[in-house]
Ligand binder design. Structure first.
Ligand code: CP3
Length: 363
């Protein structure tokens, strides 16, 4: 299959010149869209939606039908992988994700095994293939997984929360913590490579909880495993480079280290200034982010103002930035505000490139 007609997102990740700053949003398919709520109602539950490839494809395409976004993301969840490892995922209404069998016993941890993604996660591979086909070469498709650490937090806790159980384990039984992380790292590598085989054109690792660790623990229990995964990913498919993005929520203090893990791009939360981040990581990686999702709840004027400020803060450059939020779209977001954001990013970044060229005497 060929490169998508709009490959701005892929070029920005690889730090090749683009005419404007590409944008997509974490959780761009989700509860702020009434059509998503209708699809989920038809599926019966969020998990049944995740397990239906055609409904996943429908959900993934919904935001693209409304807004000229520069990438699509596979509709799924990071917790389908531990579900495939036998933990029994379920979502209780308004309580978020839960596992029937959290990993608390040494025996269960020793028995944890890497699932075959083509078997236990066939439904994800089918969703990837169907979504890629339906995109018909328009924009690239992003595949994703949770990081070994973030997955372990949920697996040991048995759901969301402050993850005391896994944090206790890293101090009390680092051997067991490393056992889980090492199986997770192999599982994630196989899972992402299977997604690449099935048609995703970039991959993203969500390390949503690594930021709750000390610096030393972050290096040992999160970053070391991210590094292993990135080193084990397929670099190319059909002659096309497959860029990788690491989303390091709460990782602002350790940007240089994360940027050196081998990934092509670093996803930032909103607590760090994107210009300062750029100065710190230099030309090593592209940056993705990092508008505060709360801005999308504010007025269109505020959205345009904050968007321009962020593009100005990134500074003059015709590549290396993928616009995104610092975390997922809130379900309280009015859909039309996303349209205002996408237009502001496209329009203002084109203008900045024009100014830039004029300043360099190339206009
Ligand atoms: O559009 C997209 O970004 C793709 C789909 C996607 C979902 N989850 C769908 C989803 C992605 C990339 C994720 C990642 C994910 N899932 C993460 C990492 C990113 C982050 O948010 O930090 C995590 C930690 C999860 C686990 C998870 N899934 C939680 C904690 C919850 C409950 C919180 C909530 O928002 O309800 C989910 C549910 C979930 N995943 C929903 C969606 C659209 C909402 C489910 C619903 O429809 O009720």
């Amino acid at each position: 299959m060929n490169r998508p007609a709009n490959d701005t997102f892929l070029r920005a990740l690889l730090r090749q010149p683009t005419e404007y700053t590409p944008i997509w949003l974490m959780r761009q398919a989700g509860r702020y869209l009434p059509e998503y709520c209708a699809t989920r109602a038809r599926a019966g539950s969020f998990l049944r939606l995740c397990k239906s490839p055609s409904l996943c494809c429908e959900a993934a395409l919904q935001p693209l039908a409304r807004f000229p976004l520069d990438a699509a993301i596979v509709f799924s969840d990071i917790l389908t992988l531990p579900d495939a490892m036998g933990l029994g995922l379920f979502f209780s209404e308004n309580e978020g994700p839960r596992f029937e069998r959290p990993l608390r016993e040494e025996g269960a941890i020793r028995a944890l095994a890497v699932p075959d993604p083509h078997d236990r996660l066939r439904y994800v591979m089918d969703a990837v293939a169907e979504t890629r086909r339906s995109l018909a070469g328009s924009v690239p498709l992003i595949g994703f997984s949770g990081s070994p650490f973030t997955l372990a937090c949920y697996m040991v806790e048995g759901g969301g929360g402050e993850f005391w159980h896994f944090k206790k384990m890293i101090y009390d039984r680092p051997d067991l913590a490393h056992r889980i992380l090492s199986v997770n790292a192999q599982a994630v590598t196989r899972y992402l490579n299977a997604q690449i085989e099935s048609g995703v054109e970039a991959v993203m690792l969500f390390d949503s909880w690594g930021g709750c660790l000390t610096e030393a623990a972050y290096r040992e229990f999160s970053l070391a495993y991210l590094q292993r995964i990135v080193a084990g990913l397929a670099r190319e498919k059909d002659g096309q480079r497959i860029p990788s993005i690491v989303f390091a929520r709460g990782g602002g203090l350790w940007l240089e280290r994360i940027a050196a893990c081998g990934c092509d791009a670093l996803g930032l939360d909103w607590t760090i200034d994107v210009g300062a981040a750029r100065r710190r990581v230099g030309e090593r990686v592209a940056l993705q982010g990092n508008l505060d999702p709360a801005v999308l709840l504010a007025s269109p004027e505020a959205i345009v103002r904050e968007t321009r400020a962020l593009l100005d803060a990134f500074g003059p450059a015709d590549t290396g930035h993928v616009f995104n939020l610092g975390h997922g779209v809130s379900r309280l977001t009015p859909p039309e505000h996303v349209g205002v954001l996408v237009e502001a990013v496209h329009d203002y970044s084109r203008r900045l490139r024009g100014k830039n060229r004029a300043r360099c005497g190339k206009a």
